[in-house]
Design a protein around this ligand. Structure first.
Ligand code: WT7
Length: 631
């Protein structure tokens, strides 16, 4: 079959037969007529210590779901399975990054029962250190089992976790720990990354140099060498848990109590602490995974993200466990020890649902389809994509060579703030390569102009959400003003996503990308303001402006325009120095690809840099409205 991006790819009848949702249109209509009834029905499939008095309390712009109810995400992710046959089912399979292609897999598995014991022990450990309901637990770890155990254990006792991506630098970690006023930090003494070993504990030590709130640092000996205890507040994970009981009651909290804070980049300033609640978030992620990936008890679900991002929270850990299936976790990257590792793992562990990012697809696509031919990939049923727009070419490659033309691709659009899938297909619908299909049930999304009026079909506009949804963020931690400004003031009465999109004549959504100064490098979200402040921390730099440039593999790459201080001339040595500086200030994911030294930057009369103008110039596009341009 020859495919192109304009055709409708109809689902395999077998997939339709197995689908929870057979008729998207009918269920969508029903869900929109009464969204609260739709969500309430799904909420009733979960376990609650006390039922809700009200499904939704919407006091614009704050939504509180399942008000009056008591529960805990962990009561649903673990406890409710313990009295069922699922207790002995594998909850988590973890495979370590091998040192070379020949090494036998180092695998750790936990049944639900075993996971409960590990989580309970660590929860008791946290309690023994004085961690209480509402206290903040910082988790700065690579993809190791303890990362997930620490997340679950925090929630179990009503504490609030904040996971920081292990690739972030000491400075980035410090900003987040300080904003969260965290009490405890969990980390590893380092971790393997390809051929290298990353000394992440050194970052922790640097980040905590002047810290006043962290009382204990718990170190997992991932390197298995006993290193990493460098200060009196450090202790090993093993020392903390060995004396703990494997039983720990789950603290029942208000459905509207915060479960976690996850920092994410915005247009301006430092990262925002996005706060999610136990009850609504739990219902939202449970329902979306179930219906979008058609979750069945025997599924082995592999989401290749990292728990440092929302995808890892919602769809590596919490939702697969709430749904009672097996979640698969691989410690390494898609290209080490070789470029076949993912396909090998899919066959060996019989992965049924595989959820990854366009960047990963594009980077593996570069090697052609030959490497895939050695693998059967026959366990796969549904594929997923997330994090950035997937171009039709990558979509079709994924569909043909990974899914063998029988696995539909769920291109799921959502955000840290939305917590759950918002615009996404379900497996029984016709797909257009490159389109994220239509809104999930109960979600009213639209594309509008700056006044909030719907734009005609195939016209680019602002992607907005009209009504609250259960996994909607509670607030921006410590900064409600920013919550209002970012999401609810640009266009009144609706949630402003920060993305641009088009809706075609069939109602399919096509996500164009961010319309603010957020840059998506390999699906990782970076703010231009953070990058610029890293540049200007160099003594030779006077001003900096950063834009995202289209990149064939990474989606976007970082380009910086730098004005040097008087009398300084720029050269390649300085460029390298600046690149290193940004890596140190933010992390390797933020490495700039190109730096131009310039004399001037386009600014408004009030002195704001017009990055939009720089970007248009760089890409040779019309610069648009420049009436506010100073010069
Ligand atoms: C931004 C949110 C949601 C989990 C991972 C990223 C972009 C996300 C898609 C998609 C096109 C997408 C948007 C969004 N994005 N999914 N399927 N198609 N773009 O979460 O770091 O909060 O980033 O990712 O630009 O605003 P995040």
């Amino acid at each position: 079959m020859i495919y192109n991006q304009f055709m409708l790819i109809n689902p395999d009848p077998v997939i339709v037969g197995e689908s929870f949702v057979k008729d998207y249109d009918a269920l969508y209509k029903e869900s929109i007529a009464n969204p609260e009834a739709f969500w309430e029905k799904l909420a009733k499939e979960l376990s609650w210590d006390k039922p809700w008095d009200k499904v939704l309390d919407w006091q614009y712009p704050y939504a509180r779901w399942f008000v009056g109810a008591k529960t805990n995400i962990v009561a649903n992710a673990i406890d409710r399975h313990l009295s069922t046959p699922a207790a002995d089912k594998v909850a988590m399979i973890w495979v370590a990054q091998p040192t070379d292609s020949a090494q036998k897999d180092e695998v750790v598995t936990y049944t639900y029962k075993q996971l409960n014991e590990q989580v309970s022990k660590f929860a008791n450990g946290l309690k023994s250190l004085g961690v209480k309901k509402g206290d903040k637990v910082m988790i700065y770890m690579p993809r190791v089992p303890e990362q997930f155990i620490a997340m679950l254990a925090s929630l179990k006792i009503g504490a609030v976790h904040s996971v920081v991506y292990s690739g972030f630098s000491a400075t980035a970690l410090k900003t987040r720990v300080t904003d969260a006023s965290a009490k405890v930090l969990v980390c590893t003494n380092g971790y393997p990354y390809g051929k290298k070993t990353v000394d992440s504990k050194a970052n922790v030590d640097e980040a905590l140099k002047d810290n006043k709130t962290i009382e204990h640092v718990i170190v997992v000996d991932r390197l298995k060498n006993g290193s990493g205890k460098t200060t009196p507040r450090d202790m090993f994970w093993s020392e903390l848990v060995e004396k703990q009981s494997p039983e720990c009651p789950t603290e029942m909290v208000e459905a509207t109590d915060p479960a976690f804070i996850l920092y994410t980049s915005g247009t301006t300033g430092t990262p925002k602490g996005v706060v999610h609640a136990h009850g609504g978030y739990m219902v939202g992620i449970y329902a979306t995974l179930k219906l979008v990936f058609n979750i069945k008890p025997d599924d082995v679900f592999w989401c290749t993200a990292d728990a440092g991002w929302i995808t890892g929270h919602s769809y590596i850990l919490y939702s697969p466990l709430i749904n009672g299936v097996t979640t698969f976790i691989y410690e390494g990257t898609p290209t080490y020890p070789d470029i076949e590792i993912w396909w090998k793992l899919i066959d060996n562990y019989k992965i049924t649902k595989f959820y990854t990012a366009p960047t990963a697809v594009r980077s593996l696509m570069k090697f052609g389809e030959e490497p895939l031919k050695k693998y059967r990939l026959s366990s796969l049923k549904i594929l997923g994509s997330v994090g950035e727009p997937i171009n039709p070419e990558a979509w079709l490659w994924f569909y043909k060579y990974v899914g063998h033309e029988k696995c539909p691709i769920m291109d799921t659009w959502w955000q840290t703030e939305t917590g759950m899938h918002m615009i996404t297909p379900v497996p029984s619908v016709g797909l257009k390569p490159g389109s994220a299909f239509k809104p999930f049930f109960g979600i009213e999304a639209d594309v509008v102009d700056e006044k909030g009026n719907k734009v005609p079909p195939n016209t680019q506009g602002y992607l907005i959400i009209k009504k609250p949804w259960p996994a909607m963020l509670l607030d921006v931690y410590n900064n409600s003003k920013r919550y209002h400004e970012t999401y609810f003031e640009k266009i009144p009465d609706v949630y402003f996503s920060g993305d641009s999109a088009k809706i075609d004549e069939d109602g399919y959504f096509w996500i164009v990308g961010r319309n603010d100064d957020v840059i998506k490098v390999s699906g990782h979200r970076l703010g231009s303001a953070e990058l610029e402040s890293a540049f200007v921390s160099h003594p030779k730099v006077a001003e900096a402006a950063v834009i995202g440039k289209p990149d064939d593999v990474k989606g976007e790459s970082i380009k910086a325009f730098i004005i040097l201080k008087q009398g300084i001339t720029g050269d390649d040595v300085l460029k390298d120095e600046l690149k290193q500086l940004v890596r140190k200030e933010i992390g390797p994911i933020a490495t700039p690809d190109a730096i131009d030294f310039v004399d001037k930057l386009p600014k408004t009369r009030s002195g704001k840099i017009m990055r939009r103008v720089l970007k248009a110039q760089e890409l040779g596009q019309p610069v648009g409205d420049v009436s506010t341009l100073e010069d």
